[in-house]
Design a protein around this ligand. Structure first.
Ligand SMILES: Cc1cc2nc3c(=O)[nH]c(=O)nc-3n(C[C@H](O)[C@H](O)[C@H](O)COP(=O)(O)OP(=O)(O)OC[C@H]3O[C@@H](n4cnc5c(N)ncnc54)[C@H](O)[C@@H]3O)c2cc1C
Length: 404
């Protein structure tokens, strides 16, 4: 019996799901539907190489010919308006219907906007797509005044790229510390120092009340009355899951489509992968929606394996990286208030690690220019062995001994 699989969302996880299905031997129809006008691409370069001028195109996942060669029916510039789980159909924007046996939702997230006066002025931008990146890159000229709203990873990468282009950059963060929800603010404090050393004006505990301008933006107004002159404002205040298709079809959602460890949603025959999927349990975390490159890769593989009945690999501590200036920062797992922080190496040097330990188990790790340690640290985390703090903090004590 033929099994047609439709994937909605032709971004990283959608394209990778289609490829994994073919690689793992699925012979029947694979239809990949995406509303962007271009081939599926990876997003990390959009806030790094593309803004720094070292790349103008980002990374296309597969060349055009790949899709035909692998009999993947790629439909670009095509929006899915609704799904009907009972009839196993998707409805396209032109009202045509497609029937599926299995459906994979890979619709990602969209940039969260801000609801304040002036948010619609020319020069107020967000960054999610290649087109957004091209538009923003064109505005990062020497001495341009760039105000970034939001001191998260995306905002900080934009700030770093803008400074490199000679812009005057201000980052406005409403919380008391940058990245307050990541590693308990441990990383944020250090990143604030790094950015200030490069000339970025970082303002924490600052709330924006309005964006001013006649037609196009000229300033950002803060709650305390301060006006910050701006030629461009980048709103980087997080993202919202594109989970409407699922929600309107009665599939369980909670800012993301709820999935189990096999990417199955609450509706039979429907899976969700990538940024839009909120996994009920992942490693030692619950109800986690990961917006990360690796998660998009892994969940694509998981969905394909589940659909084809293949065995799944072991669960892994989540991993994320960011590049800012010449710093490569990698994060594994997470941390909670009260976790013990163990430093390995000297934070005054370029390369060191911080570990977050709870009940003698390694819960999280921050690797500063120490990506070579990622594999072993992840293995240690996955073993869940009890760990000796003192030995962990002693750089002369080889990490591999914690695996024994
Ligand atoms: C600027 C930027 C920098 C990043 N940097 C890093 C990094 O350094 N490290 C890291 O680990 N991760 C990074 N990420 C995150 C990573 O890129 C994402 O986790 C990844 O792209 C998620 O893939 P996805 O397929 O779930 O979503 P997406 O790649 O967003 O794809 C979803 C696609 O679905 C389409 N779609 C939505 N609704 C519909 C519909 N109804 N019909 C048809 N199509 C639809 C969307 O238009 C989009 O094309 C970054 C993301 C951004 C935006």
């Amino acid at each position: 019996m033929k099994q047609r699989i439709i994937i909605v969302g032709a971004g990283q996880s959608g394209a990778r799901t289609a490829a994994a299905l073919r690689k793992q031997g699925h012979q029947d129809d694979v239809i990949l539907i995406g509303d962007e006008p271009e081939l599926p691409y990876e997003r990390p370069p959009l806030s790094k190489d593309m803004l720094s001028g070292t790349s103008t195109s980002g990374t296309t996942i597969f060349p055009h010919a790949y899709y035909a060669e692998h009999r993947i029916d790629l439909r670009m510039d095509t929006r899915v308006d609704s799904i009907d789980p009972a009839a196993r159909q998707v409805v396209l924007a032109d009202s045509s219907l497609l029937t599926y046996d299995h459906l994979v939702l890979a619709t990602g997230v969209r940039a969260r906007s801000i609801d304040i006066p002036g948010a619609g002025l020319e020069g107020v931008l967000t960054l999610r797509t290649r087109r957004d990146s091209t538009r923003l890159a064109a505005r990062l000229t020497a001495n341009a005044r760039i105000v970034v709203l939001g001191g998260g990873f995306l905002g900080l990468e934009i700030a770093a790229a803008a400074v490199r282009q000679g812009c005057a950059v201000t980052v406005i963060e409403s919380g008391p510390v940058l990245l307050g929800r990541i590693l308990g603010g441990f990383l944020g404090t250090r990143l604030a120092d790094l950015h200030r050393a490069h000339g970025v004006d970082i303002r924490t505990n600052a709330r924006v009340t309005a964006i001013e301008g006649q037609g196009s933006v000229s300033a950002v107004l803060l709650e305390d009355g301060t006006a910050i002159a701006a030629d461009t404002v980048v709103v980087a205040v997080g993202a919202l899951a594109n989970d409407e298709l699922a929600r309107n079809a009665g599939i369980e959602c909670a800012d993301g489509i709820l999935v189990d460890a096999h990417t199955r949603t609450s509706a039979a025959g429907i899976h969700a992968v990538g940024d839009v999927a909120r996994q009920r349990e992942r490693w030692s975390l619950t109800l986690v929606r990961l917006e990360s490159w690796e998660n998009a890769e892994l969940q694509a593989q998981t969905a394909a394996r589940t659909l084809l009945g293949a065995p799944q690999p072991e669960d892994n501590a989540p991993w994320f990286w960011t590049d800012q200036y010449d710093q490569n920062i990698q994060i594994l797992g997470g941390c909670e208030p009260g976790d013990t922080v163990v430093i390995r190496g000297d934070p005054a040097t370029p390369s060191w690690c911080a570990f977050f330990v709870r009940n003698a188990r390694l819960q999280g790790a921050l690797l500063m220019n120490a990506g070579r340690e990622r594999r072993i640290v992840r293995q240690i985390m996955n073993t869940r062995h009890a760990i000796d703090h003192d030995a962990l903090g002693d750089a002369s004590h080889p990490l591999k001994t914690f695996l024994q």
